[in-house]
Design a protein around this ligand. Structure first.
Ligand SMILES: O=c1[nH]c(=O)c2[nH]c(=O)[nH]c2[nH]1
Length: 291
């Protein structure tokens, strides 16, 4: 019986870097959580402890801050710059993955005037990017998480099987709420308007959620993914993870009160978790590119 080293990777997780862009009095905030993951010719450190091929995770962290000094720009580009740097400059490193979350700060409005240097964390969703680079090719996924949305009607759920354990009542009118987590795979990495793709994809998710008359969250999921593909040509595949944030009508009869679909209990767990992929039928193979 022999023992061998299998797949391995290492990096610095969750580097929190905040950059201010100062345009005179007017500032802009870029607030990121960056995780770098490297792999390659790293057997020695595992087998003998020789570290001559190990770019320290501390160095990886420092690189994130140093690159931020030159400006961050779109997170997909920032990730590409970092991933390519690690592979290009370290002979032992053959693959790099850089995952970035961008937390949303909205400029405050003070008496109808946009504030120069005051912001509030907003609920518009956390923007995501994951970049892979293998020395020759790069792959990029974008995405969003924590985009919480609710439809107060135009949602039904009925027609499901009833077995001896089924208690759920059929409904022709319910609240449909979810916290959207989506990631989308780009078919190319050159000449992509990352900011425009993000804005359009986010808007597509929201409008499809709002204007789809829903018979299930699964149906809404498909509509949302398809809408992104219809509006952003560079995106070839969308993966969605949608928790069904159940709202149960509160039974007020013990108090002699009726409840004409007005008072709900928002349960936080358990929750249905509806997940799916919507893609172009001619989407290229993903390569290294996912999550
Ligand atoms: O949209 C829904 N899909 C389900 O699969 C499901 N299951 C459930 O209990 N409620 C719902 N709602």
């Amino acid at each position: 019986m022999g023992i061998v080293l299998g797949d391995n990777q290492y990096g610095k997780a969750e580097v929190r870097v905040v950059r201010l862009d100062r345009d005179g009095e007017r500032h802009a905030v870029t607030d990121l959580n960056v995780s770098t993951t490297l792999s390659g010719d790293l057997a020695d450190t595992h087998l003998t402890g020789a570290n001559d091929k190990v770019l320290a995770t501390d160095t990886q962290k420092n690189t994130v801050f140093a690159f931020a000094r030159d400006g961050i720009g779109e997170i997909e580009d920032f990730g590409l710059r970092l991933a390519r740097h690690f592979v290009a400059t370290q002979p032992s490193i053959h693959r790099a993955r850089v995952a970035i979350e961008r937390f949303p700060w909205a400029r405050l409005d003070v008496g109808g005037v946009p504030a120069a240097h005051s912001f509030a964390r907003s609920a518009e969703g956390t923007r995501l990017a994951v970049v892979h680079h293998d020395g020759e090719r790069s792959w990029v996924t974008g995405g969003i998480r924590d985009l919480t949305v609710l439809n107060s009607t135009d949602s039904e759920f009925w027609g499901f099987p009833r077995d001896r354990y089924t208690t759920l009542a059929e409904t022709k009118d319910r609240i449909l709420a979810t916290a959207v987590a989506a990631s989308w795979r780009f078919g190319r990495t050159e000449d992509v308007d990352w900011a425009g793709a993000y804005t359009t994809a986010r808007a597509a998710l929201l409008t499809a959620f709002a204007d789809t008359y829903s018979y299930s969250l699964q149906q809404t999921l498909y509509a949302m993914g398809a809408r992104v593909l219809e509006h952003v040509p560079e995106i070839v595949e969308v993966r969605l993870s949608l928790p069904n944030k159940h709202h149960f009508l509160s039974d007020l009869s013990a108090f002699g009160l009726d409840n004409p679909d007005e008072v709900y209990y928002a349960a936080d767990r358990p929750y249905g978790l509806i997940e799916g992929t919507v893609l172009r039928d001619d989407a290229p193979e993903p390569g290294l590119a996912w999550s």
